[in-house]
Design a protein around this ligand. Structure first.
Ligand code: NAP
Length: 306
């Protein structure tokens, strides 16, 4: 019996989960060899463009390993009768702890201190500049969905007062709501960006938000690069308008603007918010469940936007 074909534009991790995919499906990685494929496996960052959809006339399912759908043209998918699944929730803890780690790394100069020790500066008698306590400050969360709320739970548990903004106020939240990003920044010492990417949130963190945050504050972005105006951020860091930043996501990955590479107290990680063994294993299991359900003609476990 022929096995269903899956065009894999992203790899399932860890290796034993990738093996399960290969054990069950005819996995191809070259789009030119996938004109018969009904299923595409991709990641939130890689997505699938309309031009790629045009190359895949049989496509009926885009299985995303991740939750961001900003790299997928959803109207184009709907128009073609293509369904989309994501892996919501199972990665939230990993991304939330990455956000906390970036805040601590920037506030306590952990990455800078590591470079300082390795460069021999400590042994030479130099002193690292003072850091800034994260947990003594007020947390602001921009985007209060699954990841934002998971992060809020962690920060509240660590004793931080938490405020947030989102498109709407959440009646079931113990945290303080502010109606917009500037007002939230005015009431935050550490601003965490966890909003969905896409046209609606592009440039949401701009020079006005950074000015409202103030010179003792830290910005963390684990959402999508374009949610933060990177030129305004680099300028704010250079001018000391904010104290530091921790960034996991960028406009044009894997390229990072020189202005951010040069910016003082800016901690950079290569889009690894969900990159733990635990999270990736759970994401891969959900991807496999969605593909299996599609092939069986049953209800999809985690359809997007239906
Ligand atoms: P989610 O549950 O859909 O939450 C998205 C949040 O963004 C919601 O609270 C939503 O507000 C808010 N939002 C959307 N538009 C907004 C706007 N214009 N202004 C303010 N808030 C707005 O998604 P999630 O699972 O938490 O994931 C959030 C994002 O994290 C993903 O979309 C993805 O881009 C990113 N992510 C990054 C990594 C990484 O490796 N760094 C990994 C996974 C995900 P409402 O609640 O009012 O609708």
């Amino acid at each position: 019996m022929t096995r269903p074909m899956v065009l894999a534009l992203a790899a399932l991790k860890p290796a034993d989960m990738a093996q399960k995919l290969h054990d069950t499906y005819d996995v191809v990685t070259d789009i030119a060899a996938a004109s018969q494929a009904q299923i595409v496996l991709t990641s939130g960052a890689v997505g699938l463009s309309p031009a790629q959809m045009d190359q895949l006339p049989a496509l009926r399912l885009i299985a995303v390993s991740g939750v961001g759908v900003d790299a997928i043209d959803l109207p184009a998918a709907v128009a073609r009768g293509i369904r989309v699944t994501t892996t919501p929730g199972v990665l939230s803890l990993a991304v939330a702890e990455m956000a906390l780690g970036l805040a601590l790394a920037a506030g306590r100069r952990i990455a800078e201190g590591d470079r300082f020790v390795r460069a021999g500066d400590w042994a030479s008698g130099r002193k690292l500049a003072l850091g800034r306590s994260v947990l003594a400050g007020r947390a602001g969360i921009l985007g209060y969905g699954r990841i934002g709320r998971q992060l809020a739970d962690l920060l509240r548990g660590l004793g931080m007062p938490v405020a947030y903004t989102a498109r709407s106020e959440k009646n079931d939240s113990p945290d303080t709501y502010h109606p917009d990003a500037v007002t939230l920044a005015q009431h935050s010492d550490v601003l965490f960006v966890t909003a969905a990417g896409g046209a609606e949130t592009r440039g949401l963190v701009n020079a006005d938000v950074l000015a409202a945050l103030g010179p003792d504050s830290i910005l963390v972005n684990v959402a999508r690069g374009p949610v933060v105006d990177s030129a305004a951020l680099a300028a704010a860091l250079q001018a000391g308008h904010i104290a530091g930043a921790g960034l996991d996501v960028f406009d044009d990955e894997p390229n990072v603007p020189q202005a951010l590479l040069d910016a003082p107290n800016c901690v950079l990680t290569p889009h690894v918010g969900s990159a733990t063994d635990e999270a990736r294993r759970a994401m891969s299991a959900l991807v496999l469940d969605n593909i299996a359900a599609f092939v069986a003609g049953g209800p999809l476990p985690s359809p997007y936007g239906e």
